[in-house]
Ligand binder design. Sequence first.
Ligand code: N01
Length: 529
Amino acid sequence: MSAEAFDAVIVGAGFAGLYQLHCLRDRLGLSVQLLEAADGVGGTWYWNRYPGARCDSESHSYCYGFSDALQQEWEWSERYPAQPEIMRYLNHVADRFDLRRSIRFGARVTGARHAGGKWHVTTQSGEVFTAQFLITAVGCLSSANVPDIPGLADFAGDWYHTGEWPHDGVDFAGKRVGMVGTGSTGIQAAPVIAETAADLTVFQRTANYSVPARNAPLTAEFQRWAKQHRTEIRRTMHATPNGHPFTISDRRVFDVTPEERAILYEAAWEKGGLQFRATFQDLLADKAANDTAAEFIRSKIRAIVNDPATAEALADIDHPYAAKRPPIDTNYFETFNRANVSLVNLRATPIERILPEGVKTTAATYPLDIIVFATGFDAMTGPLLRMDITGRDGLPLRDAWRAGPSTYLGLGIPGFPNLFTITGPGSPSVLCNMPVAIEQHVEWITDCIAHLRAHGLSAIEADPDAAVTCGAHVNEAANATLLPMAGHSWYLGANVPGKPRMFMPYAGGMARYRGICAETAARVTKDSG
Ligand code: N01
């Protein structure tokens, strides 16, 4: 089959790919082909259609900031946008910027090989595209992790992974449902599934913190305010470590009395959302400080959940607050007060196997009609490795990353010229409000490509020594926080058997990272041009 030739190929039509397409095609005038496995835009949001799927970032901050007109014309309806609303938004963006004509849908990339100064990108159907530049916009959480539990193939009912949810939904009415996993996804899904299922059994391996989201419709007054103050809001988002539209308090936990602390936590609990983490500046740096937040949330769980044994199992959390991605919820703990909901503590009674009729733990068999796996993803590296990328001199990415991912700033990989990885491992990505991290990467990549072309340079590649220094800095940044203390977290790759343990996202903060990228660009520009 003959290959179609472009200046750039982009993989993935989520937030990252759509904006990258707009920048390269419409700002730089490049010929660009975007390849997308799904039959529509949306990326993560296309696949994650599970009940209760909603963004944990606030809607006025979970959107693009590059176009004033787009920000002015789009109305978000709720404090946190639900999956269908985000899909409407991304479809609107695709239409507004006339992006679809450069997107090939239903085109899953199965191989990308660098040879003869070009990338040769192959899709599942055997089509080949060549390009000078390859940009992956495949997301960090797009490779579903279905646990390898013996007997699953023999289960007589239906099972689903939340990250590959059927488009026509799942009818839980009258069904006995089991849900495995209590991360952000399971915590969003359980209350909604419980509303229609005959009964819901939640299989919990690691108990988790959660803070109420306090979702609500946005008032016209807030919508007006957010539009009028979009510049200041974005300035705040760019100045904070996590890219959210609020600042982290400069107060430390032990600067205040226990009574004052209780009042501050109570107010943050009432306000709800990820902002709870911003109540004090040292919550993620000092274990004793963190213990006060952890104990506050545990006391809330015990107060909400009526059955003392269930409350204890839910509150028996083994890691610092926010050392794993902190979920926020709508009635998660309250759900365990429903007569049709029960909790199985897998730490006490692990799953032995799945039987045709349900889940068998070491203590009992739970008859089920449906199993929902809210078991997360092969995060950050999974989506890249499954594309079978081969760099210079026939070097497979899988070999280059055998001991764990090695990148320069999460943007480039030694041995892989002209490959750019949006929100790759080593960048803040999942520790940041995603659109903020994405826009910064896309703009950096666009400027880099513009520079190469303006100076007649054919290729750019990460320096291996710089990648090693960068990896050491990523480690150092993680070790300055409590994040590595959650030894089972997907940030470390610990949720996928056999995956190398390495802290993957950059925990030094988005604002600092932005500065490092700007310095690198200035250096490269000086050296090359
Ligand atoms: O996945 P997770 P997720 N047997 O990996 C359990 C983003 N997100 O889909 O902790 C039994 O966090 C596992 O247990 P353990 C967000 O960044 C964003 O919930 O490994 N249990 C854990 O409880 C988030 O962090 C939003 O012991 C098993 C759960 O499954 C990321 O996506 C909404 C198991 C997996 O939790 C991933 O969240 C939702 C097994 N074999 C998610 N294997 C928004 O903002 C795994 N588990 C929209």
